[in-house]
Design a protein around this ligand. Structure first.
Ligand code: NI
Length: 163
């Protein structure tokens, strides 16, 4: 296993629609292990492949007891609404309130290529939605009103200069 470098806004790969995962082999399993390691090291609850520079539809998450690998993820149902703070490892974890569905149902393939469905609510549903968005080249800041988006980006850039 190895730590991967986390790509940060505004790197181009973060805005691209990911390519489907087609090979479910040892290389993919190793990639997922690296993604978990990188996510835990950064103290995140989810990490998508574009966040380590790969244009692939793949994410890992471990959030409120929901731990999974999702290749070729799709959100197949949502219900309700929640409004709470969200952040992203690629935007320096600068938080902002994002409106999301309260419940979400995910359909994806595991590391062996087996399709599965998973349901979650609250924070874990938020992770399903946030990480699936990454696979479509969408960042959480893209879902913010312009003024709030500008504020998050400004704070992120400021914090980066302090590093
Ligand atoms: Ni993110």
């Amino acid at each position: 296993m190895a730590l991967r470098k986390i790509t940060e806004y505004p790197e181009e790969v973060l805005g691209k629609v990911g390519q489907p995962v087609t090979k479910f082999d040892a290389e993919l399993a190793e990639l997922c292990a690296d993604m978990f390691e990188t996510m835990y090291d950064a103290e995140g609850v989810g990490l998508a492949a574009p966040q380590i520079g790969l244009n692939l539809r793949l994410f890992v998450m471990d959030c409120e007891g929901v731990k999974l690998i999702a290749a070729n993820p799709e959100i197949i149902a949502t219900e309700g609404e929640q409004s709470s703070q969200e952040g992203c490892l690629s935007v320096g974890k600068v938080p902002a309130v994002v409106v999301r569905a309260q419940k979400a149902k995910l359909r994806a393939q595991d590391e062996n290529g087996e399709w599965f469905e998973a349901e979650a609510e609250g924070y874990a549903a938020r992770a399903f939605l946030h990480e699936t968005d990454h696979c479509d080249g969408t960042l959480f800041i893209d879902r913010l009103p312009k003024l709030r988006r500008d504020m998050v980006v400004k704070r992120f850039k400021k914090e980066k200069r302090w590093d």
